[in-house]
Design a protein around this ligand. Structure first.
Ligand SMILES: [Zn+2]
Length: 348
């Protein structure tokens, strides 16, 4: 594939030397490879490690197993940006006992036997652990420390990268029960749900949510339409469904949207089964995702062997299989179109 007569590698080399604007768009990597490429180009630096529904779900399950029954003695929010609200202050959780850690979309909810809960959003770089060991007061990545009775290891939330985006806030149970927590109230239906839950109703809600004249890829990532899916799992779901990232949700029939909802659940369920086998009682802060196509542009499609293609944006790359998803069509390279450079594609 060549762009304006030059290979992507040639373009990147010359672009990095010469032009800042080009430098931003010429980076087609989906993961950070260091300063030279990413300080300007890649946006969320840890694109491949961002926790989405399956990652947050497995952390919630492991956290429940480890933390339920522990009495909270203190909640310290270290990073100033990490505390989203002082009403109520996080100290209200002190003295309560953890009952469960739940997941809502990509958010975590530390539930207690008291009147308050802790709402946690790890965003793009946050990670949670409760392994034994002291908290290093000089750890600049530390954002939140929840300490427990009996010298149980504290729950620590750290954040990779320079962006301070993750946040926590204490919420009142009464507000939660009344549906008045804004961050939760705006979430669409869950993209995955436990076995035995009201499957038909969930499927109908998802089918309705997909009925929008928007490209499926952006629709899936919009948590107000559908809760839990981000860049990784939208690539994976669309690949499994043999759907183009740019097909509009409303172009699917009701039956197709219903089938899509089932398949989406299956893809996420398979990821969860993988994590259940692989993730230990104390997970690492950053999980390796069991992906087939996301972040693998240029590699062979695991299903048909065709070369996986990408649509590149400043902050992320959509990966897809042209043979199975777009009827052989190679989608426009958005980086170059934006600059008014026509991408010329040599099929090899
Ligand atoms: Zn394929």
């Amino acid at each position: 594939m060549r762009y304006a007569g030059r290979s992507p590698a040639e373009l990147r080399r010359s672009a990095f030397r010469s032009n800042k604007a080009l430098r931003r768009v010429a980076c087609g990597r989906s993961r950070c490879v260091g300063k030279r490429c990413c300080s300007l180009a890649c946006g969320p630096v840890y694109a491949g490690a961002v926790p989405e529904l399956p990652e947050v779900e497995i952390v919630a399950r492991r956290a429940t197993a480890a933390l339920a029954g522990r009495r909270i003695t203190s909640v310290s929010v270290v990073g100033f940006n990490a505390l989203r609200s002082l009403d109520p202050p996080p100290g209200v959780l002190e003295g309560a006992t953890v009952t469960e850690v739940q997941r809502r979309g990509k958010l975590l909810l530390l539930d207690t036997d008291g009147d308050h809960l802790l709402l946690i959003h790890l965003m793009t770089g946050g990670g949670m652990t409760w392994k034994a060991g002291k908290v290093n007061p000089r750890d600049r990545a530390m954002r939140v420390v929840v300490r427990f009775d009996d010298d149980d290891p504290p729950l620590r939330i750290r954040e990779r990268g320079t962006r301070q985006a993750m946040w926590v806030r204490a919420i009142r149970r009464a507000d939660l029960d009344a549906g008045e927590i804004a961050e939760l109230a705006k979430l669409g239906p869950e993209a995955w749900w436990p076995d035995g839950a009201e499957s038909n109703e969930q499927i109908a809600q998802i089918a309705a949510a997909l009925d929008q004249p928007r490209p499926l890829h952006s629709l899936l990532r919009d948590n107000r339409s559908l809760a839990g899916v981000g860049r990784t799992w939208s690539d994976e779901i669309l690949w499994a469904a043999h759907r183009s990232p740019y097909q509009r949700g409303s172009d699917l029939t009701v039956d197709e949207r219903t089938a899509f909802a089932h398949l989406m659940r299956d893809v996420l369920e398979a990821a969860l089964e993988h994590y259940e086998r692989k993730i230990p009682a104390v997970p690492a802060e950053k999980l390796t995702k069991p992906v087939q196509v996301h972040g693998k542009v240029g590699e062979a499609c695991p299903s048909c062997g065709a070369t996986l293609r990408g649509v590149f944006f400043e902050s992320h790359t959509i990966a897809y299989c042209p043979t199975e998803q777009t009827g052989g069509k190679v989608l426009k390279d958005r980086r170059l179109s934006r600059l008014g450079i026509e991408a010329t594609v040599d099929e090899d």
